[in-house]
Design a protein around this ligand. Sequence first.
Ligand code: ADP
Ligand code: MG
Ligand code: MG
Length: 911
Amino acid sequence: MSKKYVYAFAEGDGHNKPLLGGKGANLCEMTQIGLNVPPGFVITTEACLEFLDQKALPMGLLEEIGEHIRNLEQQTGKQFGGADNPLLVSVRSGSAMSMPGMMDTILNLGLNQETLRGLIQQTGNQRFGYDAYRRFIQLFGKIALGVDDHLFDHEFDEVKRAAGVKADIGLSAEHLQDISARFLRVVHDATGKPFPENVFEQLEIAVKAVFNSWMGKRAIDYRREFHITPAMANGTAVNVVTMVFGNMGNDSATGVGFTRNPGTGENEMYGEYLVNAQGEDVVAGIRTPKPVAEMAKEMPELYRQLVELRNKLEAHYQEVQDYEYTIEKGVLYCLQTRNGKMNATGMVRSSVEMFGEGLITKEQALLRVNPSHLEQLLHPRLNPSHKEKPLATGLPASPGAASGKCVFDADQAELLGRGGEKVILVREETKPEDIHGFFASQGILTSRGGKTSHAAVVARGMGKACVAGAEGIQVDSRSRLARVGELTLREGDIITIDGSNGNVYLGEIPTIPPKFSEELKTLLGWADEAARLKVFANGDTPDMAAVAMEYGAMGIGLCRTERMFNASERLPVVVEMILARNTEERQASLDKLLPMQRQDFIDMFKICAPRPVTVRLLDPPMHEFLPSEQQLLDEIEGLKEYRLAVKGRAAALAALNALQHTHAVNTDLSEDLVNSVISKKELMLRKVRELHEVNPMLGHRGVRLGITYPEIYEMQIRGILEAAAECVKDGVEVSPEIMVPQVITAQELKWVKAGVDKVRAEIEQRYGLSLKFKFGSMVETVRACCRAGDLAGIAEFFSFGTNDLTQAAFSFSREDAENKFLPLYTDSGILQDNPFEVLDVKGVGVLMQMTVELGRRTNPDLKVGICGEQGGHPTSIRYCHEFGLNYVSCSPHRVPIARLAAAHAKLLTEQ
Ligand code: ADP
Ligand code: MG
Ligand code: MG
């Protein structure tokens, strides 16, 4: 018994995408739920892999295909290669993952001189026959025989020119016949062989060509770019589908649609169609298609059927579908469906609405939306108050606004984009081979094609802005320019496109950050209900805290007090404090800093009330607040030169005045002042040299600083607790948390805690109230992980500082690693990911799990979170959930992503 390689649509398992490919599985599924799919069969990805491996079709495959062809003949009453009623098929690729336009499809296979005659006789439509024929020769020639496509285009254009017509619609049967004959010659000349007449030979060549397209450059590039691994999709299936014809006259058409608007998510008929056209015409942007709404007037009965098809698809798949159909002489056929690629706006809105319509559950609604995609919603929009007039307007094909230099081909886009330039790729239309240009561009502008054109689909998938079919623009990519009326746009000219309304502007227009939609708020509200992890934000200033709250943060997980020191009016005081020669001098500077810090904390606490604000005591080494040694040396040298010059100038002026009895004004700084600045700088230089460390990351920082200079931590603790007391006095409920960095032993915590208790007693007495706050520890040294049981005896919470913990676990210094060897490590697969971006679950993760376990053994109520950069990364969030953490804290703009990721973590691990 040999292996089964071929499945009829009526028998294939609609869930087995790895075997049948996405397209094939769905064709089977649709057939089996009773949708009108033309009869056909799928050749499995297994056959493809064997073919690619053995360089020959698997044994028995051709016989199996032959049997299925016989079945098709029976079902349709047509004959493959028959002259009377010929069966024509399409040969279509389709792997487990959708890769739009990446592999090849051949239409109208089965045509030769004899069947062509039959087709014409049978339909009584000569024009149709030759139209189908010339399309087949071109597609087959290009894809299966490797003939250069331009050779066909050249002949085609020549006939069009001679006939004086613009579009293919204007060509007569004779023209198309002429074109077919020319195409046959092109193939003969290019391959040295006549075009294959035997239809089974055609089929065999076509199947092999589709299999080979899996290893084509385009497809390989695409898989690499989108990280499609063999585990996700391995090999392509081949679908052989009975042809139906959208080009049989004005009661025939072809179209593509989305079950909802993929840009906005709105529940409406969405798509485009072309009357009297076949297959790829819509997608290729050859003619600009009509919006589907027009079908309601033009073909009302078919429109009704289309609405019905759409509803059935959504109800069955419980997911927005992207579908293709053809109408042949008033009969609607569905040719393809797949889950629709929508942008984040569309996903969010449709999720919320599909739940509202009872199509899906809340859990499904949440799981549909990929957390990382929400990043798109943080894309800029054009500032609505701008007054620019658009240069041209096209179709709003993928929302978002983008500015950049015009470039007219993908290679140039890649060149400039890689060099860090912002570019807009401007094309007449795009093709799959332009894909690398998309990656490098901020946005895409085309002058032809609709909202379902290649450019639009790809841009939406990438979340890039796209304006398509801006017909007012004439693109001349050869001369690297475009004309808009009188104006000429040249490569390098800056334009702005608005993919939300289709406008194109000259120059750069300012953008503003987007607002949260109601739907997103609703969805994230559901996420918060579903999640166990809480999401906090890292925020160092009242402004950042405000943004974090707007994005739905449930608290501040990390407020870095040193960032508060960096404000321009504060830095001099901080420097003064560092330069202090003794404790009294230092205290005097700290007394000046205290009211500033206290006010910051009051503002932060009030903005976040009643949510917790975790304040980390001073962490970085002190020399970070001072200029570098080199800078000071340069300054001192400059000052000394200046002093000399001033002396010289004063002498010169004196001489001049003596001679002329005048009093020229000398505006130079006084020598005394210059001298005092020099000595201050020299003092700083001495301090910088004194504070110099071989290894600052491992040096005098964090709690070590707090222990050597207790007055610094005391000032900060006082600032926090006085701020809390002030808030309580104002009737605001606040939850401050004091966090100690770089801890290695419980002794350090005890030391700091003693200071906290002292300050607390004093303030509580002074204000006559009792303070509620938490005291906790960062866990960012390996030793802290080992001693977690002890630490938890004093700390009420832990927060993993995974940046430092990762450095410690790997013995990598981050900057050196990322600049020097980490890229090679990840590229060559020695490490899977950059551990500073994605939590290293196998190393750092083990330390974290141990810490949680030891800590909770001492204190079962111990609250544990993470405040490293990885806290905003969905994969890391999933680990944090699994380790039993209570919260993650990330940068404010990643909070929405983290909230959804936290819900996913719960739903995906605990179902
Ligand atoms: P892609 O993966 O690039 O979308 P498809 O295999 O879907 O390629 O085919 C390309 C085009 O040809 C589509 O627009 C499809 O509707 C059309 N097509 C494919 N098979 C048939 C068929 N049997 N009859 C009519 N049109 C077809
Ligand atoms: Mg294709
Ligand atoms: Mg398709």
